[in-house]
Design a protein around this ligand. Structure first.
Ligand code: NAD
Length: 496
Protein backbone atom coordinates (compact mmCIF):
# COMPACT_ATOMS: atom_id res chain seq x y z
CA UNK A 1 0.00 0.00 0.00
CA UNK A 2 1.58 3.30 -1.11
CA UNK A 3 1.94 6.08 1.44
CA UNK A 4 -0.51 9.00 1.48
CA UNK A 5 1.39 12.27 1.87
CA UNK A 6 -0.04 15.45 3.37
CA UNK A 7 0.04 19.20 2.95
CA UNK A 8 2.00 21.32 5.41
CA UNK A 9 -0.40 24.04 6.63
CA UNK A 10 -0.66 25.90 9.91
CA UNK A 11 2.44 24.26 11.33
CA UNK A 12 1.31 20.65 10.82
CA UNK A 13 1.07 17.92 8.21
CA UNK A 14 -2.61 17.74 7.30
CA UNK A 15 -4.86 15.94 4.84
CA UNK A 16 -6.58 18.08 2.18
CA UNK A 17 -9.99 19.52 3.12
CA UNK A 18 -11.75 17.55 0.38
CA UNK A 19 -10.01 14.25 1.26
CA UNK A 20 -8.95 13.61 -2.37
CA UNK A 21 -5.52 12.44 -3.51
CA UNK A 22 -3.55 12.19 -6.78
CA UNK A 23 -1.26 9.29 -7.62
CA UNK A 24 2.45 9.94 -8.19
CA UNK A 25 3.93 7.26 -10.46
CA UNK A 26 7.44 6.63 -11.76
CA UNK A 27 7.51 7.69 -15.45
CA UNK A 28 10.14 5.02 -16.21
CA UNK A 29 7.89 2.27 -14.85
CA UNK A 30 4.26 3.23 -14.43
CA UNK A 31 3.66 0.18 -12.27
CA UNK A 32 5.77 1.82 -9.56
CA UNK A 33 3.44 3.92 -7.37
CA UNK A 34 5.49 6.37 -5.30
CA UNK A 35 2.65 7.70 -3.21
CA UNK A 36 -0.64 9.55 -3.10
CA UNK A 37 -0.44 13.33 -2.75
CA UNK A 38 -3.23 15.76 -1.80
CA UNK A 39 -5.57 16.93 -4.55
CA UNK A 40 -6.21 20.10 -2.57
CA UNK A 41 -8.68 22.90 -3.26
CA UNK A 42 -9.30 26.58 -2.47
CA UNK A 43 -10.16 25.79 1.16
CA UNK A 44 -6.64 24.49 1.76
CA UNK A 45 -5.20 27.63 0.16
CA UNK A 46 -7.33 29.85 2.42
CA UNK A 47 -6.03 28.06 5.51
CA UNK A 48 -2.47 28.30 4.23
CA UNK A 49 -2.78 32.06 3.69
CA UNK A 50 -4.12 32.56 7.21
CA UNK A 51 -1.17 30.71 8.66
CA UNK A 52 1.36 32.37 6.33
CA UNK A 53 0.17 35.79 7.52
CA UNK A 54 1.02 34.78 11.09
CA UNK A 55 4.34 33.46 9.83
CA UNK A 56 5.07 36.73 8.09
CA UNK A 57 4.48 38.77 11.24
CA UNK A 58 7.18 36.85 13.13
CA UNK A 59 9.65 36.00 10.38
CA UNK A 60 9.77 39.51 8.90
CA UNK A 61 10.92 40.75 12.31
CA UNK A 62 13.75 38.21 12.56
CA UNK A 63 17.03 39.97 11.64
CA UNK A 64 18.13 39.12 8.12
CA UNK A 65 21.49 37.61 9.24
CA UNK A 66 19.53 35.16 11.43
CA UNK A 67 17.26 34.31 8.53
CA UNK A 68 20.47 33.63 6.59
CA UNK A 69 21.67 31.29 9.34
CA UNK A 70 18.54 29.14 8.91
CA UNK A 71 19.19 28.92 5.18
CA UNK A 72 22.81 27.92 5.79
CA UNK A 73 21.57 25.00 7.91
CA UNK A 74 19.15 24.14 5.10
CA UNK A 75 22.14 23.98 2.72
CA UNK A 76 24.03 21.74 5.17
CA UNK A 77 21.12 19.30 5.43
CA UNK A 78 20.76 19.22 1.66
CA UNK A 79 24.44 18.30 1.37
CA UNK A 80 23.90 15.41 3.82
CA UNK A 81 20.84 14.15 1.94
CA UNK A 82 21.94 14.91 -1.61
CA UNK A 83 22.07 11.29 -2.75
CA UNK A 84 18.76 10.30 -1.20
CA UNK A 85 16.96 13.32 -2.67
CA UNK A 86 18.52 12.73 -6.10
CA UNK A 87 17.30 9.14 -6.02
CA UNK A 88 13.76 10.17 -5.04
CA UNK A 89 13.79 12.84 -7.74
CA UNK A 90 14.91 10.47 -10.49
CA UNK A 91 12.17 8.08 -9.42
CA UNK A 92 9.38 10.64 -9.75
CA UNK A 93 10.74 12.80 -12.57
CA UNK A 94 12.70 10.32 -14.65
CA UNK A 95 15.90 12.21 -15.45
CA UNK A 96 19.25 10.54 -14.84
CA UNK A 97 21.01 10.61 -11.48
CA UNK A 98 23.84 12.86 -12.68
CA UNK A 99 21.19 15.46 -13.49
CA UNK A 100 19.14 15.07 -10.32
CA UNK A 101 22.35 15.36 -8.27
CA UNK A 102 23.01 18.58 -10.18
CA UNK A 103 19.45 19.70 -9.46
CA UNK A 104 20.00 19.24 -5.70
CA UNK A 105 23.41 20.93 -5.94
CA UNK A 106 21.77 23.98 -7.49
CA UNK A 107 19.52 24.13 -4.43
CA UNK A 108 22.57 23.88 -2.15
CA UNK A 109 24.32 26.69 -4.04
CA UNK A 110 21.19 28.81 -3.79
CA UNK A 111 20.94 28.17 -0.04
CA UNK A 112 24.52 29.24 0.63
CA UNK A 113 24.20 32.30 -1.61
CA UNK A 114 21.04 33.30 0.28
CA UNK A 115 22.76 32.71 3.63
CA UNK A 116 25.48 35.20 2.69
CA UNK A 117 22.90 37.67 1.42
CA UNK A 118 21.49 37.84 4.95
CA UNK A 119 24.51 39.96 5.86
CA UNK A 120 24.24 42.12 2.74
CA UNK A 121 20.71 43.00 1.55
CA UNK A 122 22.25 46.32 0.65
CA UNK A 123 20.41 49.59 0.68
CA UNK A 124 22.04 52.86 -0.32
CA UNK A 125 22.98 56.04 1.42
CA UNK A 126 23.24 58.90 -1.06
CA UNK A 127 23.89 62.62 -0.68
CA UNK A 128 20.83 64.82 -0.47
CA UNK A 129 20.68 67.92 -2.65
CA UNK A 130 19.97 69.90 0.53
CA UNK A 131 22.28 70.55 3.46
CA UNK A 132 21.66 68.94 6.85
CA UNK A 133 19.53 66.24 5.27
CA UNK A 134 20.16 62.49 5.20
CA UNK A 135 18.86 60.28 2.37
CA UNK A 136 18.85 56.47 2.29
CA UNK A 137 17.09 53.43 0.93
CA UNK A 138 16.75 49.91 2.34
CA UNK A 139 14.86 46.71 1.62
CA UNK A 140 11.77 45.53 3.42
CA UNK A 141 9.83 42.25 3.27
CA UNK A 142 6.54 42.34 1.36
CA UNK A 143 4.21 39.69 2.79
CA UNK A 144 2.89 36.28 1.75
CA UNK A 145 4.50 35.04 -1.45
CA UNK A 146 2.85 32.41 -3.67
CA UNK A 147 5.18 30.08 -5.60
CA UNK A 148 4.10 27.84 -8.49
CA UNK A 149 6.68 25.53 -10.02
CA UNK A 150 6.99 23.12 -12.99
CA UNK A 151 8.00 19.47 -13.12
CA UNK A 152 11.39 19.57 -14.80
CA UNK A 153 13.62 20.90 -11.99
CA UNK A 154 11.78 19.55 -8.93
CA UNK A 155 14.32 20.93 -6.42
CA UNK A 156 16.30 23.72 -8.10
CA UNK A 157 13.34 25.85 -9.21
CA UNK A 158 11.49 25.72 -5.86
CA UNK A 159 14.73 26.76 -4.10
CA UNK A 160 15.42 29.59 -6.59
CA UNK A 161 12.13 31.07 -5.45
CA UNK A 162 11.81 29.99 -1.82
CA UNK A 163 15.25 30.84 -0.49
CA UNK A 164 15.48 34.46 -1.66
CA UNK A 165 11.81 35.04 -0.74
CA UNK A 166 12.46 33.74 2.80
CA UNK A 167 15.79 35.52 3.16
CA UNK A 168 14.03 38.80 2.37
CA UNK A 169 11.65 38.12 5.30
CA UNK A 170 8.53 36.97 3.46
CA UNK A 171 6.51 33.87 4.27
CA UNK A 172 5.90 31.46 1.40
CA UNK A 173 3.20 29.16 0.11
CA UNK A 174 4.45 26.69 -2.47
CA UNK A 175 2.38 24.68 -4.90
CA UNK A 176 4.77 22.29 -6.65
CA UNK A 177 4.00 20.56 -9.90
CA UNK A 178 1.50 17.74 -9.36
CA UNK A 179 3.87 15.54 -11.40
CA UNK A 180 6.78 15.79 -8.90
CA UNK A 181 5.35 16.49 -5.44
CA UNK A 182 7.71 14.27 -3.45
CA UNK A 183 10.87 16.36 -3.90
CA UNK A 184 9.31 19.50 -2.40
CA UNK A 185 7.90 17.41 0.45
CA UNK A 186 11.52 16.44 1.26
CA UNK A 187 12.59 20.08 0.97
CA UNK A 188 9.95 21.30 3.43
CA UNK A 189 11.03 18.62 5.91
CA UNK A 190 14.55 20.06 5.68
CA UNK A 191 13.38 23.67 6.15
CA UNK A 192 11.57 22.71 9.33
CA UNK A 193 14.49 20.72 10.66
CA UNK A 194 16.81 23.65 9.98
CA UNK A 195 14.71 25.80 12.31
CA UNK A 196 12.43 27.77 10.00
CA UNK A 197 9.38 28.86 12.04
CA UNK A 198 6.61 26.51 10.81
CA UNK A 199 4.17 29.28 9.87
CA UNK A 200 6.75 30.80 7.51
CA UNK A 201 6.29 27.96 5.00
CA UNK A 202 3.14 26.27 3.69
CA UNK A 203 3.07 23.42 1.20
CA UNK A 204 -0.19 22.90 -0.68
CA UNK A 205 -0.19 20.07 -3.21
CA UNK A 206 -2.63 19.82 -6.06
CA UNK A 207 -3.53 20.81 -9.57
CA UNK A 208 -2.87 24.11 -11.27
CA UNK A 209 -6.46 24.88 -12.18
CA UNK A 210 -7.54 24.49 -8.55
CA UNK A 211 -4.73 25.18 -6.05
CA UNK A 212 -2.56 27.27 -8.39
CA UNK A 213 -5.53 29.36 -9.47
CA UNK A 214 -6.74 29.88 -5.88
CA UNK A 215 -3.28 31.04 -4.83
CA UNK A 216 -3.00 33.50 -7.71
CA UNK A 217 -6.49 34.85 -7.06
CA UNK A 218 -6.15 35.19 -3.28
CA UNK A 219 -6.26 38.91 -2.37
CA UNK A 220 -3.86 38.47 0.54
CA UNK A 221 -1.04 37.03 -1.56
CA UNK A 222 0.57 40.15 -3.07
CA UNK A 223 3.49 38.40 -4.80
CA UNK A 224 3.42 35.49 -7.24
CA UNK A 225 6.42 33.77 -8.79
CA UNK A 226 5.65 31.29 -11.55
CA UNK A 227 7.76 29.03 -13.72
CA UNK A 228 6.06 26.96 -16.37
CA UNK A 229 4.61 27.20 -19.85
CA UNK A 230 3.93 30.47 -21.61
CA UNK A 231 0.25 29.51 -21.97
CA UNK A 232 -0.18 29.12 -18.19
CA UNK A 233 1.90 32.25 -17.56
CA UNK A 234 -0.48 34.27 -19.73
CA UNK A 235 -3.47 33.19 -17.62
CA UNK A 236 -1.65 34.03 -14.38
CA UNK A 237 -0.44 37.34 -15.81
CA UNK A 238 -3.98 38.47 -16.57
CA UNK A 239 -5.15 37.84 -13.03
CA UNK A 240 -2.10 39.43 -11.44
CA UNK A 241 -2.40 42.47 -13.70
CA UNK A 242 -6.02 42.94 -12.71
CA UNK A 243 -5.20 42.53 -9.02
CA UNK A 244 -2.02 44.70 -9.11
CA UNK A 245 0.20 41.89 -7.89
CA UNK A 246 3.93 41.71 -8.22
CA UNK A 247 4.62 38.86 -10.63
CA UNK A 248 7.68 37.04 -11.90
CA UNK A 249 7.16 34.80 -14.93
CA UNK A 250 9.72 32.32 -16.25
CA UNK A 251 8.27 30.51 -19.24
CA UNK A 252 8.98 28.61 -22.43
CA UNK A 253 11.95 28.52 -24.77
CA UNK A 254 12.94 27.50 -28.29
CA UNK A 255 16.68 27.64 -27.92
CA UNK A 256 19.18 27.34 -30.73
CA UNK A 257 22.78 26.24 -31.01
CA UNK A 258 24.70 27.76 -33.92
CA UNK A 259 27.65 25.76 -35.25
CA UNK A 260 29.89 27.86 -37.51
CA UNK A 261 32.24 26.50 -40.18
CA UNK A 262 35.33 27.10 -37.99
CA UNK A 263 33.89 25.33 -34.91
CA UNK A 264 35.53 22.50 -33.00
CA UNK A 265 33.09 19.86 -34.21
CA UNK A 266 33.96 17.29 -31.54
CA UNK A 267 33.10 19.83 -28.86
CA UNK A 268 29.94 20.89 -30.67
CA UNK A 269 28.81 17.28 -31.00
CA UNK A 270 29.17 16.60 -27.30
CA UNK A 271 27.39 19.89 -26.59
CA UNK A 272 24.40 19.26 -28.81
CA UNK A 273 23.83 15.75 -27.44
CA UNK A 274 23.80 17.09 -23.89
CA UNK A 275 21.75 20.18 -24.82
CA UNK A 276 19.12 18.44 -26.94
CA UNK A 277 18.66 15.08 -25.24
CA UNK A 278 19.66 15.71 -21.61
CA UNK A 279 16.55 15.70 -19.38
CA UNK A 280 14.92 14.09 -22.45
CA UNK A 281 14.65 17.58 -23.94
CA UNK A 282 12.42 18.73 -21.08
CA UNK A 283 14.35 21.82 -20.14
CA UNK A 284 13.32 25.39 -20.69
CA UNK A 285 16.87 25.86 -22.00
CA UNK A 286 16.95 22.65 -24.07
CA UNK A 287 18.68 22.89 -27.43
CA UNK A 288 15.72 22.29 -29.70
CA UNK A 289 17.15 23.94 -32.83
CA UNK A 290 20.54 23.28 -34.37
CA UNK A 291 21.60 25.95 -36.86
CA UNK A 292 24.39 24.51 -38.98
CA UNK A 293 26.66 26.39 -41.34
CA UNK A 294 26.36 24.78 -44.79
CA UNK A 295 30.11 24.03 -44.94
CA UNK A 296 29.90 21.64 -41.98
CA UNK A 297 26.23 20.65 -42.35
CA UNK A 298 26.48 17.18 -43.91
CA UNK A 299 29.60 16.09 -42.04
CA UNK A 300 28.22 17.13 -38.68
CA UNK A 301 24.81 15.58 -39.25
CA UNK A 302 26.27 12.17 -40.08
CA UNK A 303 28.14 12.14 -36.79
CA UNK A 304 25.17 13.51 -34.85
CA UNK A 305 22.79 10.81 -36.06
CA UNK A 306 25.24 8.05 -35.22
CA UNK A 307 25.86 9.49 -31.75
CA UNK A 308 22.13 10.02 -31.05
CA UNK A 309 21.47 6.38 -31.95
CA UNK A 310 24.13 5.34 -29.44
CA UNK A 311 22.41 7.02 -26.48
CA UNK A 312 21.11 4.49 -23.97
CA UNK A 313 17.50 4.91 -22.89
CA UNK A 314 16.42 3.61 -19.52
CA UNK A 315 15.55 4.17 -15.90
CA UNK A 316 17.25 7.36 -14.73
CA UNK A 317 18.36 5.59 -11.57
CA UNK A 318 20.52 3.12 -13.49
CA UNK A 319 24.05 4.57 -13.80
CA UNK A 320 24.42 3.48 -17.46
CA UNK A 321 21.37 5.43 -18.66
CA UNK A 322 21.88 8.50 -20.85
CA UNK A 323 18.24 9.45 -21.48
CA UNK A 324 15.26 8.85 -19.20
CA UNK A 325 11.55 8.90 -20.02
CA UNK A 326 9.19 11.80 -20.67
CA UNK A 327 7.16 12.93 -17.69
CA UNK A 328 3.80 11.42 -18.63
CA UNK A 329 1.57 10.04 -21.33
CA UNK A 330 0.26 13.43 -22.47
CA UNK A 331 3.80 14.68 -22.89
CA UNK A 332 4.70 11.72 -25.11
CA UNK A 333 1.51 12.19 -27.12
CA UNK A 334 2.53 15.81 -27.63
CA UNK A 335 5.96 14.77 -28.93
CA UNK A 336 4.31 12.27 -31.30
CA UNK A 337 2.05 15.04 -32.58
CA UNK A 338 5.06 17.24 -33.38
CA UNK A 339 6.84 14.41 -35.17
CA UNK A 340 3.75 14.11 -37.34
CA UNK A 341 3.75 17.88 -37.93
CA UNK A 342 7.44 17.69 -38.92
CA UNK A 343 6.66 15.00 -41.48
CA UNK A 344 3.75 16.99 -42.87
CA UNK A 345 5.92 20.09 -43.17
CA UNK A 346 8.36 18.12 -45.31
CA UNK A 347 11.24 17.88 -42.85
CA UNK A 348 13.46 14.81 -43.13
CA UNK A 349 13.36 12.44 -40.17
CA UNK A 350 16.95 11.22 -39.77
CA UNK A 351 16.57 9.17 -36.63
CA UNK A 352 14.10 8.46 -33.82
CA UNK A 353 10.50 9.40 -34.42
CA UNK A 354 9.11 6.56 -32.31
CA UNK A 355 8.83 5.08 -28.85
CA UNK A 356 11.03 2.09 -28.04
CA UNK A 357 9.42 -1.24 -27.29
CA UNK A 358 10.52 -4.19 -25.15
CA UNK A 359 11.22 -3.59 -21.47
CA UNK A 360 10.96 0.20 -22.01
CA UNK A 361 7.28 -0.11 -22.92
CA UNK A 362 6.46 0.21 -19.20
CA UNK A 363 7.51 3.90 -19.22
CA UNK A 364 6.98 7.06 -21.25
CA UNK A 365 10.16 6.71 -23.32
CA UNK A 366 10.79 8.23 -26.74
CA UNK A 367 13.79 7.82 -28.99
CA UNK A 368 16.10 10.83 -29.51
CA UNK A 369 14.81 12.35 -32.72
CA UNK A 370 16.56 14.48 -35.35
CA UNK A 371 14.82 16.28 -38.21
CA UNK A 372 16.93 17.81 -40.99
CA UNK A 373 15.79 20.24 -43.67
CA UNK A 374 13.65 22.21 -41.24
CA UNK A 375 12.82 25.64 -42.58
CA UNK A 376 12.76 28.82 -40.52
CA UNK A 377 9.13 29.64 -39.84
CA UNK A 378 7.93 26.02 -39.77
CA UNK A 379 5.95 25.00 -36.69
CA UNK A 380 8.63 22.47 -35.80
CA UNK A 381 11.11 25.33 -35.75
CA UNK A 382 8.89 27.83 -33.94
CA UNK A 383 7.00 25.98 -31.20
CA UNK A 384 8.25 24.58 -27.91
CA UNK A 385 7.99 20.78 -27.99
CA UNK A 386 9.53 19.87 -24.62
CA UNK A 387 10.81 16.51 -25.69
CA UNK A 388 13.84 14.86 -27.35
CA UNK A 389 13.26 16.39 -30.79
CA UNK A 390 16.01 18.38 -32.50
CA UNK A 391 15.30 20.47 -35.61
CA UNK A 392 18.24 21.19 -37.91
CA UNK A 393 18.28 24.35 -40.00
CA UNK A 394 20.96 24.92 -42.62
CA UNK A 395 22.33 28.45 -43.08
CA UNK A 396 24.92 30.13 -45.29
CA UNK A 397 26.25 32.86 -43.00
CA UNK A 398 26.50 34.13 -39.45
CA UNK A 399 23.99 36.90 -40.16
CA UNK A 400 21.47 34.36 -41.41
CA UNK A 401 22.06 32.26 -38.28
CA UNK A 402 21.33 35.30 -36.11
CA UNK A 403 18.11 35.99 -38.02
CA UNK A 404 16.96 32.39 -37.55
CA UNK A 405 17.86 32.42 -33.86
CA UNK A 406 15.96 35.66 -33.27
CA UNK A 407 12.98 34.74 -35.44
CA UNK A 408 10.96 32.97 -32.72
CA UNK A 409 8.63 34.31 -30.04
CA UNK A 410 10.82 33.01 -27.21
CA UNK A 411 14.15 34.37 -26.00
CA UNK A 412 15.67 32.28 -23.23
CA UNK A 413 19.04 30.92 -24.26
CA UNK A 414 21.33 30.56 -27.30
CA UNK A 415 24.75 29.16 -28.09
CA UNK A 416 27.47 29.62 -30.70
CA UNK A 417 30.38 27.34 -31.51
CA UNK A 418 33.23 29.21 -33.20
CA UNK A 419 36.96 29.75 -32.81
CA UNK A 420 36.67 33.36 -33.99
CA UNK A 421 36.79 35.69 -30.99
CA UNK A 422 35.35 38.62 -32.93
CA UNK A 423 32.39 36.55 -34.04
CA UNK A 424 31.87 35.33 -30.46
CA UNK A 425 31.54 38.89 -29.19
CA UNK A 426 29.29 39.87 -32.11
CA UNK A 427 27.07 36.93 -31.17
CA UNK A 428 26.85 38.01 -27.52
CA UNK A 429 25.49 41.35 -28.76
CA UNK A 430 23.29 40.19 -31.63
CA UNK A 431 21.45 37.17 -30.22
CA UNK A 432 18.18 38.23 -28.66
CA UNK A 433 18.15 35.99 -25.56
CA UNK A 434 18.56 36.32 -21.82
CA UNK A 435 21.60 34.01 -21.89
CA UNK A 436 24.18 33.25 -24.61
CA UNK A 437 26.85 30.57 -24.32
CA UNK A 438 30.02 30.53 -26.39
CA UNK A 439 31.40 27.05 -27.11
CA UNK A 440 28.94 25.44 -24.70
CA UNK A 441 25.36 24.23 -25.22
CA UNK A 442 22.25 26.24 -24.37
CA UNK A 443 22.12 24.84 -20.85
CA UNK A 444 24.37 25.21 -17.82
CA UNK A 445 23.21 28.20 -15.78
CA UNK A 446 24.90 28.84 -12.43
CA UNK A 447 22.96 29.80 -9.32
CA UNK A 448 24.80 33.06 -8.64
CA UNK A 449 24.03 34.66 -12.02
CA UNK A 450 20.70 36.08 -13.18
CA UNK A 451 18.58 33.55 -15.07
CA UNK A 452 15.71 34.35 -17.42
CA UNK A 453 14.73 35.33 -20.92
CA UNK A 454 13.25 37.98 -23.16
CA UNK A 455 10.09 38.14 -25.30
CA UNK A 456 7.51 35.43 -24.50
CA UNK A 457 9.93 33.69 -22.12
CA UNK A 458 9.55 36.17 -19.30
CA UNK A 459 8.27 39.48 -18.04
CA UNK A 460 11.56 41.17 -17.29
CA UNK A 461 12.48 39.62 -13.96
CA UNK A 462 15.31 37.21 -13.30
CA UNK A 463 15.81 34.29 -10.94
CA UNK A 464 19.15 33.58 -9.30
CA UNK A 465 21.96 36.00 -8.66
CA UNK A 466 21.59 39.35 -6.95
CA UNK A 467 18.59 40.80 -8.83
CA UNK A 468 16.07 38.31 -7.44
CA UNK A 469 16.43 39.89 -3.98
CA UNK A 470 14.93 43.06 -5.40
CA UNK A 471 11.93 41.14 -6.65
CA UNK A 472 11.19 39.67 -3.22
CA UNK A 473 11.60 42.91 -1.28
CA UNK A 474 10.18 46.39 -1.32
CA UNK A 475 12.44 49.42 -1.55
CA UNK A 476 11.80 51.91 1.24
CA UNK A 477 13.34 55.37 1.25
CA UNK A 478 13.93 57.55 4.30
CA UNK A 479 14.86 61.24 4.45
CA UNK A 480 16.01 62.80 7.72
CA UNK A 481 16.12 66.59 7.77
CA UNK A 482 18.17 67.81 10.72
CA UNK A 483 18.41 71.48 9.65
CA UNK A 484 15.64 72.61 11.97
CA UNK A 485 13.89 74.55 9.21
CA UNK A 486 11.68 73.83 6.19
CA UNK A 487 13.88 72.87 3.24
CA UNK A 488 12.17 72.44 -0.13
CA UNK A 489 13.67 69.95 -2.59
CA UNK A 490 13.89 71.15 -6.20
CA UNK A 491 12.91 74.67 -5.10
CA UNK A 492 15.36 76.12 -2.57
CA UNK A 493 18.60 75.07 -4.28
CA UNK A 494 17.50 75.92 -7.79
CA UNK A 495 15.55 79.08 -7.01
CA UNK A 496 16.47 81.54 -9.76
P1 NAD B 1 2.82 24.07 -16.74
O1 NAD B 1 2.61 25.48 -17.18
O2 NAD B 1 1.90 23.03 -17.25
O3 NAD B 1 2.73 23.97 -15.15
C1 NAD B 1 3.55 24.72 -14.32
C2 NAD B 1 2.89 24.88 -12.96
O4 NAD B 1 1.74 25.72 -13.12
C3 NAD B 1 2.38 23.57 -12.34
O5 NAD B 1 2.61 23.60 -10.95
C4 NAD B 1 0.90 23.61 -12.66
O6 NAD B 1 0.12 22.86 -11.75
C5 NAD B 1 0.60 25.09 -12.53
N1 NAD B 1 -0.61 25.56 -13.24
C6 NAD B 1 -1.19 25.04 -14.35
N2 NAD B 1 -2.28 25.76 -14.67
C7 NAD B 1 -2.38 26.76 -13.76
C8 NAD B 1 -3.30 27.84 -13.57
N3 NAD B 1 -4.34 28.04 -14.38
N4 NAD B 1 -3.10 28.68 -12.54
C9 NAD B 1 -2.06 28.52 -11.70
N5 NAD B 1 -1.16 27.51 -11.83
C10 NAD B 1 -1.32 26.65 -12.86
O7 NAD B 1 4.35 23.70 -17.07
P2 NAD B 1 5.11 22.31 -16.91
O8 NAD B 1 4.62 21.37 -17.96
O9 NAD B 1 5.10 21.85 -15.50
O10 NAD B 1 6.62 22.75 -17.25
C11 NAD B 1 7.09 22.89 -18.55
C12 NAD B 1 7.13 24.35 -18.98
O11 NAD B 1 7.87 25.12 -18.04
C13 NAD B 1 7.84 24.54 -20.30
O12 NAD B 1 7.13 25.48 -21.07
C14 NAD B 1 9.20 25.10 -19.89
O13 NAD B 1 9.86 25.86 -20.87
C15 NAD B 1 8.83 25.92 -18.71
N6 NAD B 1 9.99 26.17 -17.85
C16 NAD B 1 10.54 27.42 -17.86
C17 NAD B 1 11.66 27.68 -17.09
C18 NAD B 1 12.28 29.05 -17.08
O14 NAD B 1 12.99 29.36 -16.13
N7 NAD B 1 12.05 29.89 -18.07
C19 NAD B 1 12.22 26.66 -16.31
C20 NAD B 1 11.63 25.39 -16.33
C21 NAD B 1 10.51 25.17 -17.10
Amino acid sequence: MAKSFRNFIGGEWVAPAGGAFLENRNPADTGDLIGRFPDSDARDVTRAVRSAKRGFAAWSNTPAPQRGDVLRRVGDLMVERKEAIADAMSREMGKVLAETRGDVQEGIDTAYYAAGEGRRLFGRTVPSELGAKWAMSWRRPIGVVGLITPFNFPMAIPTWKMFPALLCGNSVIIKPSEDVPHTVHLLVEILLEAGLPPDAVQLVHGRGETVGKALVEHPEVPVISFTGSTATGAIIGETCGRMHKRLSLEMGGKNAMIVMDDADLDLALEGVLWGAFGTTGQRCTATSRLILHRKVHDRFLRRLVEAAEGLRLGDGRAERTDVGPLIHEASRANVERYVEIGREEGAELLTGGKAPGGRLAAGWFYRPTVFAGVRAGNRLEQEEIFGPVLSVIRVGSFDEAVRVNNGVRYGLSSSVYTRDVNLAFRALQALDNGITYINAPTIGAEAHLPFGGVKATGNGHREGGWGVYEFYSETKVGYVDYSGRLQRAQIDTYDV
